[in-house]
Design a protein around this ligand. Structure first.
Ligand code: HEC
Length: 111
C-alpha cells in the first residue's frame, strides 16, 4: 500500500512537472538564446531604435504567436522571418518566457 501511494505521488509529480515545462518556457534558456535578438531589440528588450519593437514585458502567448507566425509565414517581415526561421517551438517558448518576465515600459506616454 505504501508503495502504491509512493508511485501515485511520483505519477502526480511527473504529470505536474511536465505540464509546467510544456506550458511555460525556461527564462534562463531564453536569456541565452536572446543574444542575437539584443542587436536590435536591446539588452533590456526595449528596442535600440523605434522601429524595433519593445519585447520587455510582452505577454508570453502573444510573443509565441508572433514568432511562430514569422517562422511559418503567417506574418511577413523579411528581417524577422530570417530570425524566426530556425527557431524550434521550445526556443520560442524560452524566449517568450524570458522577455515576458522582464520589466516592461511603465510610461507609454499615450494618453
Ligand atoms: C536585425 C534586427 C532584428 C533582430 C536581430 C531581431 N529582431 Fe525581432 N523584430 C525586428 C523588427 C524590425 C521587427 C518588426 C517587424 C514587423 O513589423 O513585423 C521585429 C519584431 C519582432 C516581434 C514582434 C513584436 C510585436 O510587437 O508584434 C517579436 C516577438 C520579435 N521581433 C522577437 C525577436 C526575437 C525573439 C529575436 C531573437 C531571436 C529577434 N526578434 C531578433 C528586428 C529584429
Amino acid at each position: 500500500m505504501k508503495k502504491l501511494a509512493a508511485s501515485a505521488l511520483l505519477i502526480i509529480g511527473f504529470v505536474f512537472g511536465s505540464t509546467a515545462a510544456i506550458a511555460g518556457g525556461d527564462p534562463e534558456a531564453g536569456q541565452q538564446k536572446s543574444q542575437v535578438c539584443q542587436a536590435c531589440h536591446g539588452t533590456d528588450g526595449k528596442g535600440n531604435i523605434p522601429t524595433y519593437p519593445v519585447l520587455a514585458g510582452q505577454y508570453a502567448d502573444y510573443m509565441e504567436q508572433a514568432l511562430k507566425a514569422y517562422r511559418d509565414g503567417g506574418r511577413s517581415n523579411a528581417i524577422m522571418a530570417g530570425i524566426a526561421g530556425p527557431l524550434s517551438d521550445e526556443d520560442i517558448e524560452d524566449l517568450a518566457a524570458y522577455y515576458s518576465a522582464m520589466e516592461g515600459l511603465k510610461d507609454l506616454s499615450i494618453k
